[in-house]
Design a protein around this ligand. Sequence first.
Ligand code: ZN
Length: 201
Amino acid sequence: MAILDIRVLGDPILREQTTLVPEITDVLQTLIDDMFATMHAAEGIGLAAPQVGRSERLAVIQVDDAPLVIINPEIVSTAGRAKAEEGCLSIPEIYGSVERPERIVVRALDRNGTPFELEASGLLARCIQHEVDHLNGKLFIDYFSLLKRRSAAKDWEKEVGKYPNFIRTLEPGAPRPRKSRVRGEGSSEGAGESVDDGAER
Ligand code: ZN
C-alpha cells in the first residue's frame, strides 16, 4: 500500500466535481487501500478521492473500528441540526464550527460494488457529509460566516507556503490513527477531515 500525497487548499481539483465510478476494478481496489493508508498516516477519519488528486466519486472513512468505503454516495435523507468543530486533511491547522444535519441516511456502493444504505448520526454522520461535500467540490470552510472565512483565509496564507504546488507529503512511519478521539479528517492533531468530536459532546 502506498501513502499518497494530499492536495491542499489552492489545488483546483478540490473544487471540481467528481465522476461516478462505473465499475469496480483492481485499480479502484488499490486506490481504496492507498487512501486508507494515507488517511491513517495523516491520522484522519475520512478522505475523499479529490484530496489525493483523483476524480472518482469515492471516499474512505474510519470513525470507529469499522472502515467504511462509500462509492457513488448519495445522502438520501437528513434530520436535525448539530454544530461542531471540523478540520480537513486538505486544510491543515484550520478549524471551525460547522452546522449540519445531525442524522443522515446515505446510499452508496461498498468496495465490492454492492449497494447499501446506512443510517448515521453524530460524528459518523458529520464525517460522511464532509466527504460527500468533497465529492461535490465543496469544503467545510464554505460554511463559515464571511468574517470567519476571512480570518481563516488569513491563517491559511501563513500555512500554505509549507505545501509547494499545494501538495502535502506525509512523512513515512507516521503514527496510527485515532489514538484519542480524532477530530475529523485529521491533521497533526488528528484533525484533517476533521470533525472535532466536540461535536458529540
Ligand atoms: Zn476534508
